[in-house]
Design a protein around this ligand. Structure first.
Ligand SMILES: [Ca+2]
Length: 141
């Protein structure tokens, strides 16, 4: 009787652990969120600016976008359910709606420098975490 009770108790413990694990699976994706801002003194509406992530520098260079999201009127954005890895990001608002990067558009990258002398930088997205990426976008002169 003692042995049966012990086995039942062990099965309950194992079953309980399995249930716990299924309710709390290990996260397999991450989130990128942040804010894009115009430089001090620049006027304009940042709402609906497009943010794009790229899986490699080569993809960024050749405009092979992995995913797009849009910013809200405060410049806030989020990419959810991102596969862990290394990414590059840029932002563009085609203010004159002509599908070209040209005068008056907003443009920026996560990296360093400022338009037109800037460098895009990679960043990592780990599973189960939110990676904050904020950068300034510029008005193309
Ligand atoms: Ca344009």
């Amino acid at each position: 009787m003692f042995l049966i009770s012990t086995v039942v108790l062990l099965l309950n413990v194992i079953g309980f652990n399995k249930k716990e694990n299924s309710q709390n699976p290990q996260p397999t994706t991450g989130t990128i969120s942040g804010r894009i801002t115009l430089p001090p003194g620049a006027a304009g509406d940042i709402n609906n600016a497009s943010l794009a992530i790229y899986a490699s520098f080569d993809d960024w260079l050749n405009d092979r976008v992995l995913r797009f999201v849009t910013a809200n009127s405060s410049g806030n954005y989020a990419f959810t359910n991102v596969t862990p890895g290394t990414y590059y990001m840029d932002a563009w608002k085609d203010n004159n709606n002509n599908t070209f990067f040209d005068t008056g558009d907003f443009w920026g990258v996560y990296g360093s420098g400022s338009y037109p002398n800037y460098q895009v930088s990679p960043f990592s997205v780990p599973a189960g975490q939110t990676t904050a990426i904020n950068f300034t976008i510029f008005v193309i002169p």
